[in-house]
Ligand binder design. Structure first.
Ligand code: GLV
Length: 323
């Protein structure tokens, strides 16, 4: 039987590639950067399946360029780069990879939170530059994490995993979401609050909501002004949840103390961007899920979703299927 043709938009861990290669005629974009738009539109043309990353915009134009497309499988949990409505209108299921990156992303969130609180990058710079001359009672003083109040915006899988870690630090945990999560309140002792209350009360505000129309610039100048002047903002969700210009102003004018970002807007953040050069802003390059284990599992599920869609079977995880 003829194998279906699929386009894979970047080299992914071999665990996933092997599954795709065995079952499909695989067209693989080997570039280190995402395929240019014209290449994507060209190479998807005769494909029955598309395995993509969050770096590609998968909109109606891409779908219309590929009239035989039966499945879109994204190797990520967030699918804000995929037009789900356009896919649904064409009967195309969209796969994604929730669950397997939850713990890795929560670990990274906590790494950022701790690094910002205790000014770890500045400390490293002190050592490297030779500024470390003595034990100094006044140098590099940071914020206490243990016993502080953590505000979690978006109490989904990752938000809950961050809350579990915060319990180990004896933090008071408040959260906001579009609905209350009574089971998590019971399990984790987290307390629901409005966004305004959360911003005002939290020592650390950690973002874990998906990027939607409602959450775009959720953290704008108004929101940042509501935070404590000692507050620390952590974003491991999506860059546009935060208004970048407002964040820069908030740091410059001392509305908040620090920010720690795994995601930015624009992304990647240009090397010359002012946020990349501030002691009060830590930026890492969207590595929340970047453990060997998490990326292997993501690649495997993305391949399984792709193959299931090609067979016409239900996807392991579908972002636009009726539940
Ligand atoms: C990473 O950001 C993902 O959505 O998986």
């Amino acid at each position: 039987m003829e194998k279906p043709t699929v386009f894979v938009t970047r080299r992914i861990p071999e665990a996933g590639l092997r599954l795709v290669r065995e079952a499909c005629e695989m067209r693989l974009w080997e570039g280190a950067l995402p395929p240019p738009r014209d290449v994507l539109l060209r190479d998807v043309r005769d494909c029955a399946g598309l395995l993509c990353l969050l770096t590609e915009t998968i909109d109606a134009e891409v779908m219309d360029a590929a009239p035989r497309l039966r499945v879109i499988s994204q190797m990520a949990v967030g699918v804000d780069n995929v037009d789900l409505a356009a896919a649904s209108a064409r009967g195309i299921p969209v796969g994604h990879t929730p669950g397997v990156l939850t713990e890795a992303t929560a670990d990274l969130t906590f790494a950022l939170l701790l690094a910002a609180a205790r000014r770890i990058p500045e400390g490293i710079e002190h050592v490297r530059s030779g500024e470390w001359k003595t034990w100094d009672p006044l140098a590099l003083l940071g914020a206490a994490v243990c016993g502080a109040t953590l505000g979690i915006v978006g109490m989904g899988r990752i938000g809950a995993a961050v809350a579990r870690r915060a319990r180990g630090f004896d933090m008071t945990i408040i959260y906001t979401d579009h609905e209350r999560k009574p089971h998590l309140e019971a399990e984790l002792g987290v307390v629901y609050a409005s966004l305004d209350e959360l911003l005002a009360r939290s020592d650390f505000v950690s973002l874990h909501c998906p990027l939607t129309e409602e959450t775009t610039h959720l953290i704008d100048a108004d929101a940042l002004r509501k935070m404590k002047a000692t507050g620390i903002l952590v974003n491991a969700a999506r860059g546009p949840v935060v208004d970048t210009a407002a964040l820069l102003q908030a740091l410059e004018e001392g509305w908040i103390a620090m920010a720690a970002l795994d995601v930015t807007d624009p992304e990647p953040l240009p090397a010359g961007h002012p946020l990349a050069h501030r002691a009060d802003c830590i930026v890492v390059p969207h590595v929340g899920s970047a453990t060997v284990a998490a990326r292997e599992r993501m690649a495997t599920i993305a391949a399984q979703n792709l193959l299931a869609g090609l067979r016409g079977d239900p996807l392991v995880h579908c972002a636009n299927c009726a539940r």
